[in-house]
Design a binder for this molecule. Sequence first.
Ligand code: GLN
Ligand code: ZN
Length: 762
Amino acid sequence: MKIIGGSIVTNVKSSNLGYPRIGEQREWKRELEKFWGGDITEEELLQNTKSVRLAGLRKQQERGIDLIPVGDFSLYDHVLDTSVMFGVIPKRFQEDCSRTPLETYFAIARGMENAVASEMTKWFNTNYHYIVPEFNESKPALKENRPLACYKEAKEELGIEGKPVILGPITFIKLGKGYEKEEFPRLVKELLPLYIQVLQELKAAGVTWVQLDEPIFSTKLSESELYQTKHVYETIAEEVPEIDIIIQTYFESISSYEEIVNLPAAAVGLDFVHGDSLELLRQYGFPNDKILAAGIIDGRNVWRQNLNDQLELLESVSQIVDKERLIVQPSCSLLHVPVTTTTEITLDPVIKDALSFADEKLDEIAILVNGLKNGKERITTKIEESINAIEKLNNSKYREQVHQSDSSKLNVDRDLPFKERIAIQKERLRLPLLPTTTIGSLPQTTEVRTQRLNWRRGDITDLEYEHYIKKEIEKWINIQEDIGLDVLVHGEFERTDMVEYFGEKLNGFLVTKSGWVQSYGSRCVKPPIIFGDVSFNKPMTVKESVYAQSLTEKKVKGMLTGPVTILNWSFVRDDISRFDVLDEIAAALRKEIEELERNGVKIIQVDEPALREGLPLKEEKWQEYLDRAVHAFRLATASVDNSTQIHTHMCYSNFQDIFEAISALDADVISIETSRSHGELISAFEENTYEKEIGLGVYDIHSPRVPSIDEIRSNINRALKTIPFNQFWINPDCGLKTRQEAETIAALKNMVEAAKETRESL
Ligand code: GLN
Ligand code: ZN
């Protein structure tokens, strides 16, 4: 028996780091949207979401999880919860006192009349988005003790001794903006006493364990940040010695391993699924007065794990940290996986048995803890079950692994270098200078969505649906012609989502019934699951492109999602390397592209909006990722004729650091979102030479506002100061799917007019 922090640890414990907020059927989303739509009151919202929260807690309790997280639930985002709790509220939301605190909370996330929403950005390398704290506009002050309220609720309602989860101070500050590097210590100084007060109140209420999430420790911290980190945790240990702090890291191994594991806290949580935590542990050891919270079950993927392997992993860990000092848990919060596989009743059992979502992952944790505590014999049946399920899938017809060797023989270089191909393409396409185009999707009106729903439900036939899509394409080909665009698109009306659409059509993918995961706010996505060998089945986009082309003399661009984006926005099988899966996807897309070309499509756009976000957290892993990403893109696109023009599109403006990779994609034309940092993006082209054609978005598509001709012209002129006019294309920032028809037409008219005026002034 050991005494660590304030509590007595006698044996290995099970824990969870966070549970999905959305409910089995996305009840949470529906409640939020009803509230935003004015259909229910604030009280009803709170009441109804409380039942979703309690249901999640109950499931964790039933599974016998020792340390159940509380305070991980959120009505929008946990980073925003933290900001609001500490009074980090931008001024523009503070003025109107008529709003309730909850209304202010949603206003920060979603914007309101006279105040733009706070920025939203990706949570580390996930597809979850958080609301960026703005530190320049308020002096932090404790507004509420949210974790305390959550702790009390779980205790009163369900008798759970919860483990409050709080975003740690270093990560919270580092994720925020509105301050200079040198001000970091000042922010620490302002926030630390507030954290301490929260912890003291938790202690007074009887809390034993608190999880402080510090995923930022997986990234590289500067000397001074490390110094501040030490200061923060030393102060907490001094001021609240009786509470057991778990410093929780995830998504990668820790960068400054020795410094972090030696911070004064009861426990440190490490991810043993991603990164090299085991090697670090072996090499540098682990303090013998500390508990190790070991992330053993993958919180980022949906596959059942071989429990024998995971138990062995735990045994290896316990050679360095004895069992009494171990906590077994998922690698990260289960926020990033769907809730349960039980609702997936239509799946082939061979696949379903090999899947594990949040609830099933908790079962796996409980089994492992049992095995570690009471001996492997106690869980032999469970171990066998897990191995059988995985083997069955591995030996099934879905996984023959024949495709990898196929793709290695395919060429990844276009026949001629860019300079020579572009001359041939120009000759063939005969486009004006500064050609105008769009990014692909056109407004998906309620009618489009209703028709699709009716078709999915079987209320209208395949033929009727197809007919409707054709009518929509025809309508928009006419509109685009009237507007005077040079390169047209078919509009993507047949697609709900740019990855799901291909997932439904390629071999090796499945789309679940309820496998939703929160992406931002109430928006959930249903990532397709790559469960087997990916291959081309039958043409996916040809029909629509060919039909659109048949209606006009102008060129219509073919449109598909690139291999890297499909990979990054899917759950990927984990029995072979991700990069091998990537090559399989690329080889399948190559066939689609060849098919388009064979059918007379002369311009083909392969979107890669997720290329950048897939960058590993650790910089030393970037090169391999970028090399493989470039390889895959080229594998997909290199077989076309010199006269066929390949476009790509990306939605981020910060690509200075991956400029070389983007150039190496060897796409003839690239369009990039620009509005978020026009100046910065253009300067990337001042510093690097880029010989290929390029369209920097000339207006922002995220707002319904119609940009004026002058405004668009000045954006064009700004770009033309750096980029030669004969290389430049004119297009909006991104797809127009979320816009209304009228505003889209008005904006595109202005864009075409601005292009015309610019051309005349050249
Ligand atoms: N072609 C897609 C569209 O226009 C691109 C979407 C994206 O960049 N995310 O919708
Ligand atoms: Zn985009």
